[in-house]
Design a protein around this ligand. Structure first.
Ligand code: IPE
Ligand code: IPE
Ligand code: MG
Length: 247
């Protein structure tokens, strides 16, 4: 078992859950079987994060670009999402997990929107961990949405141009109120961001594993956290400055 320091946990972990299709292909199954197995991995990782004391877990579950996949696959993913929420909400409440959603929720089928809203309502008082689902999510759309919000507030005179700062801008993002991720994990070996959290990952530590998402488990999560804990996050400073040894 991987040794991790409970005092230095990442506050916010974000995951690009990739590789369901390849997992299925390797087993001569259809892609949907890969997504079904992927939901098992989601359950395990959510539970593990909660037990460890992670405060925010953001899961990239469906991108805006994913709408272009075959309708059969898109429908299966929407059904799986709804089924997951209906099955898990009681456990979320028991485990003090609050559901939050980022993305163009209005794009989702109406029944899924209703289930999401109900689950958010039922878990709104939970404060142990935020499970932040990125659904019909795209980083560029999120930034444009923020720019539209800011422009509208400018026109109404609610804010002044000089108030648009690096500190203030994130309040217009879908992730408002949630700190930036400390650790971003991508499964299945691809070294790309695929339009995820473009603003928020400016100083996030990246971790890519070849493990396919359906095979990702608690052990793999601990490995990623241990790797994160071995990094020195310098935020542009020198190592000496960080260690209090500067002249
Ligand atoms: C991730 O697995 C799940 C979603 C994007 C919804 P993929 O379905 O992208 O799996 P690969 O990349 O084809 O293996
Ligand atoms: C990223 O995976 C999106 C999600 C995990 C939901 P994709 O499989 O869509 O990304 P690309 O196409 O490999 O960049
Ligand atoms: Mg993929």
């Amino acid at each position: 078992m991987e040794e991790i320091d409970k005092e230095k946990l990442p506050h916010h972990i974000a995951i690009i859950m990739d590789g369901n299709g390849r997992w299925a292909k390797k087993k001569f199954l259809n892609r949907i079987s890969g997504h079904i197995k992927g939901v098992h991995a989601v359950r395990e990782v959510v539970t593990a994060c909660r037990e460890l004391g992670i405060k925010v877990l953001t899961l990239y579950a469906f991108s805006i670009e994913n709408w272009k996949r075959p309708a059969e696959e898109v429908n299966a993913l929407m059904d799986l999402l709804k089924e997951y929420l209906l099955k898990e909400y009681e456990e979320m409440v028991q485990n003090n997990i609050r559901l939050n959603v980022i993305g163009r929720i209005e794009d989702l089928p109406l029944d899924v929107q209703t289930t999401l809203r109900e689950t958010m309502k039922k878990t709104e008082r939970c404060d142990g961990m935020i499970l932040n689902l990125a659904l019909s999510y795209g980083g560029r759309s999120e930034i444009l949405h923020a720019v539209q919000g800011i422009t509208s507030d400018l026109q109404k005179g609610k804010i002044k141009p000089e108030e648009i700062t690096v500190q203030h801008f994130p309040e217009y993002l879908w992730t408002h109120g949630i700190p930036d991720p400390d650790l971003l994990i991508r499964t299945s070996g691809e070294f790309r961001i695929s339009n995820f959290l473009l603003w928020q990952i400016a100083y996030t530590e990246l971790y890519v594993t070849d493990t396919l998402w359906p095979d990702f488990d608690r052990k793999e999560l601990l490995k990623a956290i241990a790797d994160f804990q071995s990094r020195e996050r310098r935020f542009g400073l020198t190592s000496e400055q960080l260690n209090g040894r500067e002249e």
